[in-house]
Design a protein around this ligand. Sequence first.
Ligand code: GLC
Length: 523
Amino acid sequence: MGADWARSAVVYQVYVRSFADADGDGVGDLAGVHGRLDYLAALGVDAVWLTPFYASPMIDGGYDVADYRAVDPTFGTLGDMDALLADAHARGLRVIVDVVPNHTSDRHAWFREALAGEPGARDRYIFRPGRDGGPPNNWRSVFGGPAWTRLPDGDWYLHLFAPEQPDLNWADPRVRDEFDGVLRFWLDRGVDGIRVDVAHGLIKPPGLPDATDLGSSGRRPYFDQDGVHEIYRRWRRLLDGYDPPRVAVAEARLRDVARTALYVRPDELHQAFNFDFLWAPWSLPSLRDAIDRSLAAMGAVGALPTWVIGNHDEARAATRLAAGTLRAGMADRPVVSSSPLDAAVGLRRARALALVSLALPGSAYVYQGDELGLPEVLDLPPSAREDPIWRRSGGELLGRDGCRVPIPWSGDAPPYGFGPDGSQPWLPQPTSWADLSVARQLRDPRSTLSLYAAALRLRKSFVDEPFRWLPAPEGVLTFERGPGLACALNFGPDPAQIPGRVVLASEPGEVLIPNTAAWYTPT
Ligand code: GLC
């Protein structure tokens, strides 16, 4: 089957704005990605997911799309995209693009028509009269504040994210037809798959009832309605109509992986990001349980899990995994803890978790910069911050800018080869990042980049082997992939023996020191 490649693929997430800036305006672009394809091919990933590069006023970094069929001039042209696709394919790299179906930008032609009060135009969005002088219900925006904004004429519209991102009404057949066309537009150009933004949000419950539990653990009524699945069955037919069939990955930010599995039933999407694993606290039982739950839930529908340790919405693994106080990431899940941050421990854990995630059965997602062990940048100047979470929380939450700082490629000072010398990256890079640059890490066999490259090379030999937990000493998580390869991660306070010959270790040494992992051939 032509879509099988995705089942065990390693997909590299390019946050286009922050990857590589070819034209020197401080913002990454498609030509920048194009120029770094050799890097991605040499790293050994199978596919690249590009975050939105469509025409957008950039209120939410491009997740506010004004025209789904146009490339924003900041990112380049359609011709740049075609050239990038052709050269990615020439290197054996597949390309996945983002589709943002839950909401448009308020600058989208449809919303302008709705504002102008053109007949029927408001039906494409979710407009309602207010209640008792206030919004139609008590829903809160994911970015903070109410999920409703009132127009001067008194009507309210729903936006689960920023007010500049009005939610579409998927009960309107014009919306469904339009997105068929958007999908076809990019698939016809040759993209290999799509990432579905807020895949769990498209259908709202009838009557838009008040939310009774607005906490981060409760089920919110505007997410994960059963009606969304009909849309993905329709999309699956569309994807299967291509030769070879194209694939889709769902971004459904759900903790319950059994609910997530519904998105990857055989007639729906192919993959879903594994937030259960991504959000697992650093402890052996929680990681082991997340792995067991994921394998069981996905196995029950004939799918394989994905393993995700970072993306453009979450605090960087190298910082998140250290104990500390962190108000970064998505507003509904700020990472908060009370003990001080320990950067060395965080990086050690991030490297260990990378080895685990790349050894598990299924597909792995690598967020740009995680292969360099980049930390979350916590001290960005307020004037540089762009995330609506930062603004809407009045600075109480740091939001997601700290995981979006442009990549250091080379050199000893900003912009570290992200853009031409003298250019100013849209977010300032720390002056301490010279040691973390790609060029520096390529020369160092012990670097995080060298670790990832070695793991991606070795992984090819066992991706089809069966998974099994192995008995292990207290505090050590151990599993094997077939008879030839085992992986162990030491959560305990003491060094542990490795029962075999080490083939790759997150830190050098003959024993497994705390917070490290190794791949080995069992003896
Ligand atoms: C998804 C994206 C996030 C964006 C949001 C609204 O969660 O990953 O970056 O802000 O959707 O589109």
